[in-house]
Structure formats: C-alpha cells, structure tokens
Design a protein around this ligand. Structure first.
Ligand code: K7E
Ligand code: CUA
Length: 678
C-alpha cells in the first residue's frame, strides 16, 4: 500500500494516542461493569493494564500505521459496530453478516444451501418450503452461487427491511426478511437456467432486477449452437416485490427478451434516471466457443471487438407494456419480445469498451460508470445526453434492430485508472472508487458535474490508489450505491489471499480488506484483513447499523417465521398432547429450559408423524435445538417460534431426541425418548 502523507504522526504520538485510548476505554469499562455478568472480561482487564502499550507495539513489531489501523478497528467487548455488511457467500450459497469496522462475522444467513445451525433444510416445514420454491422442475437443488445482494430501498436509500440475492448457477432469487434475518422465499426464473445480473432493487423496491448472462434458448429449451443467432437469447427479468406479504410476486412479474449477447450486471437508475435500468454486456461477438473443434476459445472469441453494448431499458414504459398484455408467454411467464421492446422504445444500446464488467450509477443518477476489463479507463455516460440522443432519434441499429446510440454523443468523460478496472462505488466527497483486478488495487477518482464541488481535486481525474491483496473483484463502500453514500469505509473483496494468512493447504480463503476512505485526497489506509472461509464472495452492501431493527424474540409465543404470523399449531404450556388418527400421529410439544413436554413419544412403525414444537420462552437468546437421530431431523427453535416437521416412521427403535443448543445448566437433561414399536 502507499504510505500516505496525511499519516505522518510520529510513533511516539501514536503510542500516546493508543495509551490514552486504552486508559479511556478501561475507565469506561470499570464504570459500566456493575451490570455485567461476564466475569471473563473483568478478570482479563487487569492483564491489559499491566502491559505498556509502547512495549507491546515494539514487541509485536507494529508500525505507527499499524497502530492507527488497530485504533480504527478494535472494538471492545460489548461495543457494537457502526455498520453492517451483507456479503454474498459465493458458491457457498449463503449470505454473510459482518460488523464494521471490527470485521467480526456476526451471522451467516442460510439461503440456497441447507445449514444445520439455523435448522435450515433439515425438516422444518417453512425452510423446506422455501428451498422447494427454488427447485428446478423436479430437480432438488441444494446449493447456490450467490453473487449480488440487494437491500430494499425507500427513495433510493437502504431501509433495512429486506434483502435479496441471486443464485447465478440456477437463475434464482431469494428474499430475506430482516426482521429475523431468515430466508423466506426462493423463486426460480421461468425462462433462464442461469443468470448473473441480479439482484438490484429499484429506488422504492417496487422491482427486483435479475439480468441474464450466458445466452440460451428461453424457457430451458434445447437448440444446437449452430442456431445461436436465431434461437439463443439474453434476458432481463423484473420481479414485482410486495412489501405487505414480503414476497416477490411471480404473477405480477415479467421479463424482456434481449439479443444473445451476454448481459452481465445491471443497476437501477435513481433520482433523475429513476425508472430506467442499465445493464452492461460482453460477447456481442456472439462467440460460441468450441476450441476442441478448432474455433477460437471463448476468452478470445468474446474479446475481438473493441466495443460491447450497454443496455438502456425504460422500465417504467416496459411495465406499462407488460401490464397491457403486450407479451408472449414462455413457460407461462410473460415476456416482452425483442421486437416489441424495439417497437415500443424500451431498449437502446450504447457502445462500451472493452469486455466491460458492471455498470454503476452515480448517487444522483446523472451518470453511468462502466469499466472495460481490457481497457484502462472507466467510461462515464450522461443520462441527460442519452435522453437527448433518444429524443433525436440519432442511432444506428444492430443485427436485431436494436437502436445503438452514438458513443460520442452520450459520453461524458473517460478516466484512465489502470489495469483491469471492474466495479465502482461512491462516497460523500465526490469520489468514485474502482477496483483494478490486474494491479491489484483500488483507485479513488474524482467525479465531475455537481460532484466537483465536494473535493479539491480536478474533476474526472485519478486521485489515489491503494494496493490490495490480491485480485480484487467487487468493492463495497458504506451505503456506496445509494443516493446518499456515507464514505468512511470501503471493503475490497479479494479473490486471492496467497501470503496473507497462515498456510491452510491448497484451498485458500478469500480476503476482505477494510480500507479507511474518510480523508480526502491521497489518503487511503488499509486497515484490516479478514479471511472468508467459504465460497467466493462477489458483491456486498454496507448499511448503517441503526437502520436495522430486527426482533429480539418472535412477537408472540407460537409464531410461524415462514408466514410471520401466529401458527395454528402453536402449543402453550399445559396444551401438550399426542393425537392419533389411524396411522397419523400428531404431536404438540413445548420446549422451555430445560425440558421438552412430552418426554415420551410412542409411535408404531409405519405411522406418519407430524410434530409441532413451540419454544414458549420470550427470553432473548433462549433458543432451543431439536434433533432426532437417523431421520435427518434438525431444527433451531428461537424464542416464541413454533416449528413443524413431518416424517414416516419407517425404522423401528429407540430414538433419543435432544436439544442441540447448550441452553441451561440442565441442557443435557433436555431430552426425551421416541419409541417406534415394530
Ligand atoms: Cu464481478 Cu458476479 Cu458482480 Cu464476481 S461479479 S467480482
Ligand atoms: Cu434447550 Cu439445550
């Protein structure tokens, strides 16, 4: 990284700051300690005082920069983080919840992949229904490749209510409810088998955008690659979101057919560009690979042209067209055909250099920023100029008849940044940040237009770079893709870790690096490395923590988290029972520290068993688990929750069910016998 002029604090001064801070924190802790239960913190405090901070720094070989980094990130026990990052878990299929600046992992939200701690996908009815929503035909898909999380927005700012994320591998979108941080819905794209350009929320979360990637015949159909230009198609899908039910509504959603270029990433317009959607694309060459047959390999075939096309889509007008029924049906799903999109003026192209990746809209919605992976520049387009070019009818067309606006007429600026630019984020000081995969580094550059007043750097110019380790993909800045970015922090989401951590064998973690972007000009400080031991995280969004207001316990005893309403099978204390109707056995159980009621459940082999468990506690963190051997049943039942599972008692025997959460001193006694009589 660059050692930056703004940080010329002497080692002495810094150590002084550290000492003062340590003392201040200790003082604060001793005043607050009375109410705390944890004896561990109290007993460890004196040990910290006994060390001399300067001596510790010297013994550990810490530089002044290291010490300022520590002071900026260290978060004492019991202190909460200022920001929460929601990061995709890549091909782990989940979402990470990370506190910033501490970079502590607070939670992993199970989304596309069954996960035992949360009891996700091991019998609990709601979770089984959620996962089943994402099955592809009769095929049970049990993982996902998550790429782009999207927080719900109100007037272009995160509102902390919902989170969406796509599965690139199977073209699915999940809805997560931030009242309990649980996945409530997975929808399968009816026309595409894989996607990429999702998810992106429109400024009031009316629509969640899922763009495609690798072109294929729509509707999961077959056609030979010889028919690529005629039969293969790109697509973008607009999922209607209903806040009331907290669900994407397939019946009110629609898609748009696009040429078989590989649509990549999309972004929703905001403020002046609200109502428009922008997607970049590559492989406008329509290369079909086949290196084994003497064809150019994909990476060469798809990189021949100097320009690909940014797709500019009039979503507001597309909604009108779809609602008027001017669509064709593909697998029962309404699709605006390419011809209709052209006729109705819903789709325009503008050239973008060169094998671009991503398009990011400035906070005010005035500019679209595109990086060409094989071009050292970012190219900035003016939304206003795009509108003028459309109004002037000033275009050529591609082979499919899509209008291509003239680049010179709509380009605002180009800024040379360096090698392999990918993704761009924004701050509150008129800067944009772009990841440079090949260098690898993160570049800070200044915006023009109205943003030029926010800093002292010349507009549209490279300001500074910070080296990252290694091979950065996306970056995420605090609220950095909203109408009002916060600045302060940026996370570089690096694909390679190489030498940053202890050797753990050939499969390495990813590396998130926290960067301080608070000071203007040439002041970017790398603060912290955080290994991510899961699939490759792509995008993340970072929200101010105080915008989140999740429940501590479910609103009432007997709550169904899937429907977010009282469960008809809720069981209160004293109502526990076993009901038998022929071969059907239904169990109504309660869980409380430290017992399940009933403790004996007698079943006959061949019975069908329906089992409801209500955690009757309303104490924060008093979660109980429940598991039965052999039957692959495993649940997490949070305070107030009613969980239901079903199974056929195919195997006889004596089965001890027990609580898997160490909930109390007598947790080991929180057990019971299920006897299945042959
Ligand atoms: Cu660049 Cu899927 Cu957004 Cu990965 S994508 S980095
Ligand atoms: Cu309940 Cu352990």
């Amino acid at each position: 990284m660059q050692r930056l002029s703004g940080y010329k604090l002497s080692a002495k001064a810094v150590v002084g700051i550290l000492l003062v801070s340590v003392l201040a924190v200790l003082l604060l802790m001793s005043c607050q300690d009375q109410g705390q239960e944890g004896s561990a913190e109290e007993s460890s405090a004196p040990a910290a005082v006994s060390g001399d901070a300067a001596a510790i720094a010297e013994a550990r070989g810490l530089t002044p920069d290291d010490i300022t980094a520590a002071l900026k990130t260290y978060t004492p026990t019991g202190v909460h983080d200022e920001y929460i990052m929601f990061a995709s878990g890549g091909h782990g299929g989940q979402v990470y919840v990370i506190g910033m600046p501490s970079m502590r992992i607070i939670k992993q939200i199970a989304v596309f992949t069954p996960e035992p701690w949360q009891g996700y996908g091991y019998g609990a009815e709601g979770t089984m229904q959620t996962l089943a929503g994402g099955f592809v035909g009769d095929n049970e898909i049990t993982w996902g490749d998550t790429h782009h999380p999207a927080l719900s927005e109100t007037a272009g700012d995160y509102d902390g209510e919902w989170l969406f994320i796509n599965d690139k591998a199977n073209a699915r979108v999940a809805t997560i409810d931030l009242r309990d941080f649980e996945t409530k819905q997975i929808v399968k794209n009816p026309i595409a088998l894989s996607d990429h350009g999702g998810t992106f929320a429109t400024p009031n979360t009316d629509w969640v955008v899922e763009g495609g990637q690798y072109a294929a015949p729509l509707g999961w159909e077959y056609s030979s690659l010889d028919n690529y230009a005629e039969d293969y198609r790109g697509m973008v899908t607009f999922w209607k979101f209903d806040r009331e039910s907290g669900r994407l509504v397939p019946e009110e959603s629609f898609a748009m057919e696009l040429p078989p270029y590989w649509q990549d990433l999309c972004d929703a317009g905001k403020n002046v560009s609200e109502g428009w959607i922008f997607c970049n694309s590559f492989n406008t060459e329509m290369a079909t690979g086949g290196v084994e047959d003497g064809n150019p390999p994909f990476e060469a075939g798809a990189s021949q042209r100097d320009m690909d096309y940014m797709h500019i889509i009039n979503l507001d007008k597309a909604v009108e067209v779809a609602q008027a029924g001017n669509t064709v049906e593909v697998q029962g799903f309404p699709v605006i055909s390419l011809d209709t999109a052209i006729e109705e003026g819903l789709l325009y192209f503008v050239p973008e250099p060169k094998s671009p990746h991503g398009v990011d809209i400035t906070p005010g919605g005035e500019f679209m920023v595109v990086s060409g992976k094989l071009d050292p520049h970012v190219t900035i387009y003016s939304f206003e100029k795009v509108q003028e070019a459309i109004a002037a009818g000033d275009w050529q067309t591609d082979d499919y008849g899509v209008p291509i606006l003239n680049l010179d007429n709509v380009m605002e600026a180009q800024v040379e940044l360096g090698l392999g630019p990918l993704h761009t984020q924004f701050d509150d000081k008129g800067y944009a940040y772009t990841s440079l995969f090949l260098e690898p580094s993160v570049a800070r550059w200044s915006l023009g237009g109205d943003y030029a007043d926010l800093n002292e750097d010349p507009e549209w110019s490279l300001v500074s770079k910070v080296t990252v380790h290694y091979n950065v993909g996306h970056i995420a800045a605090a609220e950095g893709d909203t109408v009002s970015p916060d600045g302060k922090y940026l996370v570089s989401m690096n694909k390679w870790a190489i030498d940053r951590f202890n050797n753990v064998g050939p499969l390495l973690p990813q590396n998130f690096q926290l960067i301080d972007i608070n000071e203007p000009g040439d002041n970017l400080q790398l603060l912290y490395d955080m290994p991510i031991p899961d699939g490759e995280p792509h995008y993340a969004q970072i929200i101010k923590a105080d915008k989140l207001d999740p429940w501590e316990v479910y609103p009432e005893v007997g709550w169904n988290p899937h429907t977010q309403s009282p469960d008809p099978n809720a069981t209160q204390i004293g109502e526990e029972r076993v009901e038998r109707d022929g071969n059907n056995v239904e169990i109504f159980m309660t869980a409380i520290r430290s017992h399940f009621t009933p403790e004996h459940v007698e079943i006959k082999q061949g019975d069908h068993v329906i089992w409801h468990i209500t955690n009757v506690e309303q104490t924060y963190d008093a979660t109980h688990g429940f598991t039965i051997p052999l039957y692959n049943i495993n649940m997490s039942i949070e305070p107030g929750e009613t969980a239901t599972f079903e199974f056929d008692a195919t195997e006889d025997g004596v089965f001890s069910y027990y609580c898997t959460e160490f909930c109390s001193a007598l947790h080991l006694e929180m057990t019971g016998y299920m006897l299945i009589e042959p």
